[in-house]
Design a protein around this ligand. Structure first.
Ligand code: DSN
Length: 427
C-alpha cells in the first residue's frame, strides 16, 4: 500500500502538507541543531495503537485497567534509559523538554524558591527562567552568564559567590545555544557547597552523552538530568527526567520519588504511550555500537564547519565548538541580521535558525546571530569534507547575497542532498 494512503483518501489537504514537508526535508539540508531524522521503527511506534490508551500513573500502579502492554512498554523504556545514561531512575513520561524542566523544578523546589540558571542570551533556554515564561513567576530565577564570550568561559568563581548569596534550591546547568563543554564537576561541587540540587538540562547533547562523544554530568556528581528525546538522541518528540542523586542511592531514591509525583499527578495527565514505545526503540538504537560512531561524527562534522567559518574571518561565539552546534555573529561578520541570513539560506535549501547572541544589540525576532549544527546531516551520512563544502556554500550566500549565488548554492545543495539521501531505514 502507498505510504499515507489513508490520509490521502480521507484528508487530501493534510496529506499535501505532510508530503510537502517530507519532500522539503529530503531535498534540502536540515541544519537546525535540535532537529534530526528518526528511524522507521520509531515512526511506526508513534503511529501505533498505543496512542488509543490512557495510562495515568506508573507501571503496576495505574488508574485505569488494561495496562499489561503499556506497563511492559514503559518498563522497557525506563530500563533502557537507565542503562544508556547510567541512571538510578528514569521518568519517561514528560511530553517534552519544557515539561521535564518544569517537573524537575516542581519536584525539588517550593513556589518562591530560587533557581540559579544560565542566561538565555548566553546559551540557556526559555524554560531556565526567562521572564516571558509563566514558570518565572512561580520560582525566583537568578542567572549566570559567560565571563568571556570569545572563549565561552563561565565565571565559576562568580557563580559560587552568587550561589552563596542567593542560596538557590537548584543549580541549573545546560543550554540550547552554547557550543562548549560545561565544567560539570565544578557545577556539582558548587551545588554541594550551597546545599542545592544539581540539575543538568542535556536536551541538546543527550545523544552525544549516550554515544560517548560528550561527558555526562552523572560522572561528575549531578543529581538530575532533564532532556528531550529527539535532537541528538534521535528519538521521538518527547522528554525524560533521569535521576542519579550524585551517585548516592538513598538520595537518588528520594529525588526519583519526588520527580514521579511532580510529573504525574503534579503536572501532566495521561502519558503518551505511543511516544514512550518510540522512546524505548530509540534508546535501543542508541545502545548499539554504531551510535557511538554517529555521535563522534556529529562532533567532527561540526568542528569541520566551524573551521571553515573561522578561516573566512567570520566571528563565532565562543570561538568555535566542542559539540554539535555553532553560533555565528552574522551581523558583525557580514553586515546582515540573523533573520536575513535565515531567509537567504532557507532560499538556498539550508535550514537553520536566527539566534540571539550574548550582549546582542538587536532584538530576538531579528537578532545578530544564526545557530546551526550537524545532527541531521550526520544521520544522512555527511562526513567532514561534505560538511566543509556546506559551510563554504553558506559563506558564499552570506557574503554575496545575490540571486545568482543563492541559485548556485541551492543547485549544489540539491546535489549534495541527493548524494546523501535520508537512509532507507529512516523514511
Ligand atoms: N527548540 C529547541 C531548540 O531548538 O533548541 C529547544 O527548545
Amino acid at each position: 500500500m502507498e505510504k499515507y494512503a489513508h490520509i490521502e483518501k480521507e484528508d487530501p489537504e493534510v496529506f499535501g502538507a505532510i508530503v510537502g514537508e517530507e519532500k522539503r526535508q529530503a531535498e534540502g539540508l536540515e541544519l537546525i541543531p535540535s532537529e534530526n531524522y528518526v528511524s522507521s521503527a520509531v515512526r511506526e511506534a508513534m503511529a501505533s495503537g498505543l496512542t488509543n490508551k490512557y495510562s495515568e500513573g506508573y507501571p503496576g500502579k495505574r488508574y485505569y485497567g488494561g495496562q499489561e502492554f503499556t506497563d511492559s512498554v514503559e518498563n522497557i523504556a525506563r530500563d533502557r534509559a537507565k542503562e544508556l545514561f547510567h541512571a538510578y531512575a528514569a521518568n519517561v513520561q514528560p511530553l517534552g523538554g519544557a515539561n521535564a524542566n518544569i517537573a524537575a523544578y516542581m519536584a525539588l523546589c517550593a513556589p518562591g524558591d530560587t533557581i540559579l540558571g544560565m542566561d538565555l542570551s548566553h546559551g540557556g533556554h526559555l524554560t531556565h527562567g526567562h521572564p516571558v515564561t509563566y514558570i518565572s513567576k512561580v520560582f525566583n530565577f537568578v542567572r549566570y552568564s559567560m565571563k568571556d564570550v570569545e572563549t565561552g568561559e563561565i565565571d565559576y568563581d562568580a557563580l559560587l559567590e552568587t550561589a552563596k548569596k542567593e542560596r538557590p534550591k537548584i543549580i541549573l546547568a545546560g543550554f540550547s545555544a552554547y557550543p562548549r563543554t560545561l565544567d560539570w564537576k565544578r557545577l556539582s561541587d558548587i551545588a554541594r557547597e550551597v546545599d542545592a540540587y544539581s540539575v543538568a538540562d542535556v536536551a541538546h547533547i543527550a545523544g552525544l552523552i549516550a554515544g560517548g562523544a560528550a561527558t555526562s554530568p552523572f560522572d561528575y556528581g549531578f543529581d538530575v538530568m532533564t532532556t528531550t528525546t529527539h535532537k541528538t538522541l534521535r528519538g521521538p518528540r518527547g522528554g525524560m527526567i533521569l535521576t542519579n542523586g550524585g551517585g548516592d542511592a538513598e538520595r537518588a531514591a528520594d529525588i526519583a520519588k519526588k520527580v514521579d509525583k511532580a510529573v504525574f499527578p503534579g503536572l501532566q495527565g495521561g502519558p503518551h504511550m505511543h511516544q514512550i514505545a518510540a522512546k524505548a526503540i530509540s534508546f535501543k538504537e542508541a545502545l548499539q555500537p554504531s551510535f557511538k560512531t554517529y555521535a563522534k561524527n556529529i562532533v567532527e562534522n561540526a568542528a569541520a564547519m566551524a573551521e571553515v567559518f573561522k578561516a573566512s574571518g567570520a566571528r563565532l561565539l565562543t570561538g568555535g565548538t566542542d559539540n554539535h552546534l555553532i553560533l555565528a555573529d552574522v551581523w558583525s561578520s557580514f553586515g546582515i541580521s540573523g533573520a536575513e541570513a535565515e531567509t537567504l539560506l532557507d532560499n538556498a535549501g539550508m535550514t537553520l535558525n536566527k539566534n540571539s547572541i550574548a550582549n546582542d544589540t538587536r532584538g530576538p525576532m531579528d537578532p545578530s546571530g544564526i545557530r546551526f549544527g550537524t545532527p541531521a546531516m550526520t544521520t544522512r551520512g555527511f562526513g567532514t569534507e561534505a560538511s566543509k563544502e556546506v559551510a563554504s556554500l553558506m559563506l558564499n550566500v552570506l557574503k554575496n547575497r545575490d540571486e545568482a549565488s543563492v541559485a548556485a548554492a541551492r543547485a549544489r545543495v540539491h546535489e549534495l542532498a541527493a548524494a546523501h539521501p535520508i537512509p532507507e531505514s529512516f523514511v
